[in-house]
Design a protein around this ligand. Structure first.
Ligand SMILES: *Cc1c(COP(=O)(O)O)cnc(C)c1O
Length: 359
């Protein structure tokens, strides 16, 4: 890797003050990684360089046709001060799959991981110490062929940036959701399984509609039958049926239109480890309404890298308003959250070998 260090890197006390502010995505670390690809030459040597603006021709493909993908992952400080990543190979594999769907080049797993290791090691001082806080890592790739012709780009740029992330979790508050029957996130054969910016661009108007209804997030249902629950915003969903040791933890089945979350996948294992029955199944909006009305569904939560686990309380839609339990974070939700966070922060035994030590 080519290395150009930032002569204006923040001094330790300035950096520590910014990290201590918490929040999400407000400050970026001193460096970034850039790696260029072309059809002719393949991947070039990646370059670690000072964080800063980039310059692109106005006719660059990504601005016009949205050929772009990204990933989201975290580095966690361990009790002994070391820094570890959570399941980085899973992000590398998903990044390659997203690339294939968007006709972008697949980045070899080793190269992807090398860029992350190099950036996190260089900017290790930006990884927070407090439990719940982490360094959020954002790899992304976009089409950089210049020209307005519509075709898969013969050039692409991969970039990697990182931002300290505070725990933005208020345990006293469950999120409210607006079940959108007007807009659709993904259809069969579309890009629902790929982590691409275009999915988010198409979702923002529904997010605005949810806010107008007084809700925090939008819940997506399937495009074809308009009845199957898929995801919440940029997170996967879980339903808990029953209470105590006999509870079953259920997540909507991956049908090709859901984003296969790494947190979702991890929770299938964590819930089993904690003694619960787990299920991947089709969940309809009728199941949701009837389940919370009868009390069979006791807890609902969403999960993803950024917030890890978020309890879901009130659900609103044109069909009415349904409340889950007392609309407070559930016991099993919090148990799963604490267990997963414990693995990530090195305070709970990592029996699945998910953590990868960096430095
Ligand atoms: C990233 C993402 C998720 C969560 O995936 P994780 O790997 O758990 O972070 C869920 N849904 C969508 C739409 C996403 O983009």
């Amino acid at each position: 890797m080519k290395i150009t260090l930032n002569p204006n890197a923040k001094d330790a006390s300035t950096r520590d003050a910014l990290v201590a502010e918490g929040g999400f995505g407000k400050y970026y670390t001193d460096h970034m990684v850039v790696c260029e690809w072309s059809e002719k030459g393949g991947w070039e040597e990646p370059h670690l360089m000072p964080y800063g603006p980039i310059s692109l021709d106005p006719a660059t493909a990504v601005f016009h046709y949205g050929q772009e993908i990204f990933e989201g992952m975290k580095a966690y400080r361990q009790p002994n001060g070391e820094i570890s990543l959570f399941r980085p190979q899973a992000n590398a594999q998903r990044f390659a799959k997203s690339a294939a769907r968007l006709a972008l080049p697949e980045m070899p797993e080793a190269l992807f991981l090398e860029t992350i290791e190099t950036l996190v090691k260089q900017d290790a001082g930006w990884v927070p110490y407090q439990v719940g806080d982490s360094l959020y890592i954002r790899p992304f790739m976009f089409a950089t062929e210049v020209g307005l012709g519509v075709r898969p780009s013969n050039k692409a740029t991969y970039m990697l940036i990182a931002t300290p992330a505070g725990a933005y979790f208020d345990p006293s508050k469950a999120v409210s959701v607006w079940i959108s029957t007007e807009y659709v996130r993904a259809a069969i054969g579309g890009t629902g399984e790929a982590k691409c910016g275009g999915n988010y661009a198409a979702s923002l108007v529904a997010q605005r509609a949810a806010a107008k209804e007084g809700c925090d997030q939008v819940v997506w249902i399937d495009a074809r039958e308009r009845k199957w629950v898929e995801e919440m915003g940029g997170m996967n969903l879980y339903f808990v049926k029953g209470i105590g040791a006999g509870a079953t933890v259920i997540t909507p089945q991956l049908t090709g239109t859901l984003l296969p979350g790494i947190t979702r996948d991890s929770i299938l294992s964590v819930a089993k480890d904690l003694g619960y029955k787990v299920q991947e199944a089709m969940v309809s909006i009728d199941d949701w309404r009837d389940g919370v009305a009868s009390g069979e569904i006791t807890e609902i939560f969403a999960c993803g890298t950024a917030a890890v686990v978020s309890p879901v309380g009130l659900a609103k839609s044109v069909m009415g308003t349904w409340k889950t339990g007392d609309a407070q974070p559930g016991v099993i939700t919090m148990q799963i959250r604490n267990h997963l966070l414990g693995i990530q922060h090195g305070t709970v035994l990592d029996t699945h070998n998910w953590m990868k030590k960096l430095c």
